[in-house]
Design a protein around this ligand. Structure first.
Ligand code: NAD
Length: 700
């Protein structure tokens, strides 16, 4: 039987190689854990002078636990037992009577990082990225991470790493004491052997050096006296609650387990950790977050079309406005040379400036070398001509939202492009099929609908017009993937998927406000549900003009959707939303937005009552119905498509797993009955569509 863990001797030192028999990366499945256990037992008997553990996979050390196993567990006792099992095996490694060095390159995540923590020493190659990302799946590191990390590095740093799940690169890992040394990738094993031999000769000396590095006044004040420590945990709790809005059970559990565990001997701390893992792993939040994780991995499965995408070597973007500047930045960031064209030189300059700003911000956020990142700006060439377009494989069009302009631009650019180039419009709601009618090669025309801000929003809708070829669809899908985005293929219906659901929701919120429901309290209800912002704040964010325009397009396309009169009223009042600094909120520079109560008077809104939970539920029900219609009309094929669009395109709360997951958890038949009741009063838009009436749930 092939095994994941190999072992050979080298001058008295055991070299342990991690190499799962199938798969490109090492995943901590139960079989892998079993191999780790038998290797530890063998080493106990063999008694080498030391051991070095390294991975044979080019991608990294260990990529984490098997997430399908997390999905499967529905019983708290079973979950706790799973954690105990991992802890027990890592304890075996930790208690081996000779020094063990983990030699880490590439990804060292989750259970992999916990295994490395159970080793005596860690040495990392410069490309090492260590993380405990379990919080993102609604659980905590359950193989000892919550206990071993704060015993190794400053508690403040340990809390930060476990509560955010963020990756730590080798250099920082060294600075905070998470790894003991850094070595070049091609000399990692040799350097690990040197460290192992030093540890055999004088382990105490090495441990003292580690202690000296992480010691300091700040650590002493915060961690070594009870008042400082209480403050530290309180602060962590406060910021975790602010980040999660109290919707995620894992962060407070992590803080509690770490706080209590630190005042207990390690075995007792580990027991606390296992029990909490058991509790968290069965929560709906965990299951939903795991579901969202799998949604995020769907692009890896490909587009499902039987063609191979065309290569993408050079690109062009038409229109250097809000979206064009962002799309050019993204292409440049991925090393794709891009021409950024506008009709106005000042717009080109502004587009380049926007790209530079994003690069600058990313550089300081990721603490990357500013020169290296800004060097990528050289991939963008600003222009007002079509020079160079004969070499381009992909054109993304992001000019103003007008069919006549877009068709003119398409006709014009086609005369400069090679035959094979694919043209993608970034339109929010115009018909790709109508646009295609202006093309001499309509098969090469499709949609690539990015979301604003481009560098932050993970979703891209790949729109298939009536004549878009499979080859073009596949090319656009792969282009989005290469840009690090999550593509979803959608059919060319008004609003595609995301804007159709979103605009129905925003429109309904406006109807409620016009009927006397206080808009600010409705925004609060949406936030309480877990949305990143309420509908009125979102209208400001999208831009009042665009929201009104798309609202009108959809009301025209779908006769059951009455157009709210509020948005056109706001447009004529001169308010533009965030971009002009004023909308439902005011946007003072560098400060948080504040509600702009003057709009009530300006727009003639009478506040008759505050919004209730039921108002928010109505908005959600409307979207569920609209999602059913999209599936019925084959705008998308599966509820996974809907949930991918909602979570990654609108920020629908991940802990709810997506709109369809939410509907299933509430019980679809019950929602259908509610819709029927509401429709009796509110009209056709609430009449449940056949798709949801015919099913008990979206997913089963
Ligand atoms: P914008 O007004 O900021 O930019 C449009 C740019 O196009 C301007 O710089 C203008 O000078 C330029 N332009 C006009 N005619 C041109 C031509 N013939 N050739 C080259 N450039 C030309 O608009 P935006 O917000 O970036 O939106 C662009 C497109 O993206 C629209 O179709 C919009 O619906 C879509 N979109 C916008 C958002 C958003 O949130 N802003 C989100 C998704 C999609």
């Amino acid at each position: 039987m092939s095994t994941a863990v190999g072992c050979e001797m080298h001058q008295g030192v055991a070299i342990v190689t991690l190499d799962a028999p199938d798969g490109k990366v090492n995943i901590l499945t139960s079989a892998f854990l079993h191999d780790l256990e038998s290797t530890a037992r063998r080493l106990e008997r063999k008694r080498p002078t030391a051991a070095v553990v390294l991975s044979a996979k080019s991608g990294g050390f260990i990529a984490g636990a098997d997430i399908r196993e997390i999905q499967r567990v529905t019983d708290a006792a079973e979950g706790a037992e799973l954690a105990r099992e991992g802890q027990r095996i890592f304890e075996l490694w930790s208690n081996l009577p000779f020094p063990v060095v983990a030699a880490i390159h590439g990804h060292c995540m989750g259970g992999g990082a916990e295994f490395a923590l159970a080793c005596d020493f860690r040495i990392a190659a410069p490309d090492a990225a260590i993380a405990l990302p379990e919080v993102r799946l609604g659980i905590l590191p359950g193989f000892g991470g919550t206990q071993r990390l704060p015993r190794l590095i400053p508690v403040e740093k340990a809390l930060e790493l476990i509560l955010t799940g963020r990756k730590v690169r080798a250099e920082k890992a060294f600075r905070i004491g998470l790894v003991d040394r850094i070595a070049p990738a091609d000399g990692l094993l040799d350097a690990a052997l040197v460290l192992a031999r030093e540890a055999v000769l004088d382990k105490r000396h090495l441990l003292a050096a580690r202690k000296r590095k992480t010691k300091g006044l700040r650590r002493w004040m915060l961690e070594k006296n009870p008042v400082g420590r209480t403050l530290l945990f309180r602060k962590a709790d406060k910021s975790a609650r602010a980040r999660s809005g109290g919707h995620y059970p894992a962060p407070p559990a992590i803080i509690e387990v770490m706080r209590k565990g630190l005042s207990l001997p390690l075995p007792k701390g580990l027991e606390l950790e296992a029990a909490e893992l058991g509790r968290l792993i069965t929560t709906p939040e965990c299951k939903n977050l795991v579901h969202v994780y799998f949604l995020s991995q769907r692009p890896g499965k490909g587009h499902g079309l039987r063609v191979e995408a065309r290569p993408l070597r050079r690109a062009a973007v038409l229109g250097a406005g809000t979206m064009g500047g962002g799309i050019a930045q993204l292409l440049a960031d991925r090393g794709i040379p891009v021409l950024l064209k506008d009709i106005r030189p000042e717009a080109v300059a502004a587009g380049l400036e926007q790209a530079r700003r994003i690069f600058g911000k990313e550089a300081s956020r990721k603490k990357k070398d500013r020169d290296a990142v800004t060097g990528k700006m050289e991939n963008i060439t600003g222009t007002v001509s079509y020079d160079g377009f004969h070499e381009v494989d992909l054109v993304v069009e992001a000019v103003v939202e007008k069919m006549t302009v877009k068709q003119t631009v398409l006709k014009e650019v086609e005369t400069h492009l090679p035959e094979s180039a694919v043209f993608a419009t970034n339109t929010s709601a115009l018909s790709v099929s109508e646009l295609q009618s202006a093309s001499t090669r309509p098969g090469n025309v499709g949609g690539m609908h990015f979301f604003n801000p481009v560098h932050r929003m993970p979703l891209v809708e790949i729109v298939r017009g009536g004549q878009t070829s499979d080859l073009s669809t596949a090319t656009l899908f792969e282009a989005a993937r290469r840009l690090g985005k999550i593509p979803v293929i959608v059919e060319d219906r008004p609003g595609f998927l995301v804007n159709r659901l979103l605009v129905a929701y925003l429109n309904e919120a406006c109807l409620l406000a016009d009927a006397g429901v206080d808009w600010l309290s409705l925004d609060q209800k949406a936030e309480e549900f877990g949305l990143p912002m309420g509908p009125f704040r979102l209208i400001d964010e999208v831009g009042i003009g665009i929201a009104a325009e798309v609202g009108k397009t959809l009301s025209r396309a779908f006769s059951y959707l009455p157009e709210s009169h509020l948005l056109p009223r706001i447009v004529s009042s001169g308010l533009t939303g965030k971009k002009g600094g004023k909308g439902f909120y005011l946007y003072p520079r560098k400060k948080k937005p504040v509600p702009n109560r003057a709009v009530d008077r300006q727009l003639g809104l009478r506040k008759l009552r505050n919004a209730t939970v039921f108002d928010m539920r109505k908005l959600l029900l409307l979207m569920v119905n609209e999602a059913g219609r999209c599936l019925e009309e084959n705008v998308v094929n599966t509820p996974e498509d809907v949930d991918t669009g909602m979570v990654f395109g609108t920020g629908f709360p991940p802990f709810r797993g997506g709109l369809c997951r939410w509907a299933d958890a509430e019980g679809l038949p019950g929602l259908v009955r509610e819709l029927e009741e509401i429709s009796a009063e509110a009209g056709r838009r609430y009449e449940p569509c056949a798709y949801i009436k015919e099913r008990d749930s979206f997913y089963h």
